[in-house]
Design a binder for this molecule. Structure first.
Ligand SMILES: Nc1ncnc2c1ncn2[C@@H]1O[C@H](COP(=O)(O)OP(=O)(O)OP(=O)(O)O)[C@@H](O)[C@H]1O
Length: 262
C-alpha cells in the first residue's frame, strides 16, 4: 500500500462528445513516487482522461484536484505552472533545433512570459540550466548538441520526456511513451521511468502489457470510458473481469495478463 500523499486526483471525471461518453465517472488517485498505469482496449478513453487531467479538454462533470486543491476550472497552462507535465502520443519536437534548444524552449515556456520565448539562448541561463539538468536526467546529455531530426525514434520519445522534465513537474502524464520503440529503446525508457518515479508521480498510458506490469505500482483498467478495475498489479492480473474484457475483444491475452494462468 502506498503511504505517500495524493498528488493528483480525478473525482467522478466525465467527458461527453455529443452522445458519446468517452470518459464516464472515472475516479483515480495518483500518489507521489508512484507509476500508475491506465490500460484498456482501443477507444477506452485513456487519452481523453489525460487531456481532462492536464486541462486540455474541459470536464463535462467531475473534479480534478492537485494536492487536494480543486483545479477543475484551471486552464492547461495554469495546471502546467502548478506542476502537471505531460508528453503526447503525437510528436511535439522542433525537428530543426538541437536537443538542448528544444529543452531550453520547454523550460523557458514555463519560467518566462510567452512573448519572450524566442529570446537568445545566451541570455537564458536559468532555462539552459534546467534544460541540461533534464537532459542529464533523461539520459540524453550526450546528444545535447544533436539536431533533433537526427535522433532515433526512441531518442525522440526520450527528448519529449526531457522537455516535460525541463518544466520541473511534480506529476507527469505520459501517453504511450513506448509506441514504435524497439526492445532496447523500450528497456531504456522503462529504466528512465523507474528513475523518474523517485522524484515524481507518473501516470502512464501504455499498450505494451509486459512493460506496464514491469514498472507499474498500481493499475487502472478502463473499458468503454469506465473503470473496470483498479488496484495493485497482482490484483489486476488475477481479476476475472479484466481477463474477460481482453478476451471479449477476441484479442490474444497479453503475456503479462496471461502469465499467472499459463
Ligand atoms: N475530440 C473528439 N471528438 C469526438 N470523439 C472523440 C474525441 N476524442 C476522442 N473521441 C472518442 O472518445 C473515445 C475515447 O477515445 P480515446 O482516444 O480517449 O481512447 P483511448 O483509450 O486513448 O484509445 P487508444 O488506446 O486507441 O489511443 C473514442 O471513441 C474516440 O473516438
Amino acid at each position: 500500500m502506498n503511504t505517500g500523499s495524493i498528488l493528483l486526483e480525478g473525482k467522478n471525471v466525465t467527458r461527453k462528445f455529443g452522445a458519446l461518453v468517452a470518459v464516464n465517472d472515472v475516479s483515480l488517485q495518483l500518489f507521489e513516487r508512484e507509476i500508475h498505469a491506465v490500460i484498456g482496449t482501443n477507444g477506452a478513453g485513456k487519452s481523453t482522461l489525460t487531456y481532462l487531467l492536464s486541462g486540455e479538454l474541459p470536464l463535462t462533470q467531475g473534479h480534478v484536484l492537485l494536492r487536494g486543491r480543486d483545479i477543475s476550472s484551471w486552464s492547461q497552462p495554469a495546471r502546467s505552472q502548478a506542476g502537471i507535465g505531460r508528453s503526447y502520443q503525437r510528436n511535439n519536437i522542433f525537428l530543426p533545433l538541437s536537443v538542448r534548444e528544444n529543452c531550453r524552449l520547454a523550460a523557458q515556456a514555463k519560467i518566462q512570459k510567452p512573448w519572450q520565448i524566442w529570446s537568445s539562448a545566451q541570455h537564458c541561463r536559468q532555462s539552459l540550466a534546467l534544460a541540461d539538468q533534464a537532459l542529464e536526467h533523461a539520459g540524453l546529455a550526450q546528444q545535447a548538441a544533436t539536431v533533433a531530426a537526427n535522433l532515433s525514434h526512441g531518442q525522440k520519445r526520450q527528448l519529449e520526456v526531457a522537455m516535460c522534465l525541463a518544466q520541473q513537474p511534480d506529476v507527469v502524464l505520459l501517453d504511450e511513451p513506448l509506441a514504435g520503440m524497439g526492445a532496447e529503446e523500450s528497456e531504456r525508457m522503462l529504466e528512465l521511468l523507474q528513475r523518474l518515479k523517485k522524484d515524481l508521480a507518473i501516470l502512464l498510458i501504455e499498450h505494451d502489457m509486459d512493460a506496464v506490469f514491469a514498472v507499474a505500482d498500481r493499475l487502472t483498467v478502463m473499458v468503454n470510458g469506465s473503470v473496470l478495475a483498479s488496484g495493485l498489479p497482482q490484483d489486476i492480473r488475477s481479476n476475472s473481469e479484466v481477463q474477460t474484457a481482453y478476451l471479449g475483444e477476441a484479442e490474444p491475452l497479453p503475456d503479462a495478463l496471461a502469465a499467472p494462468f499459463s
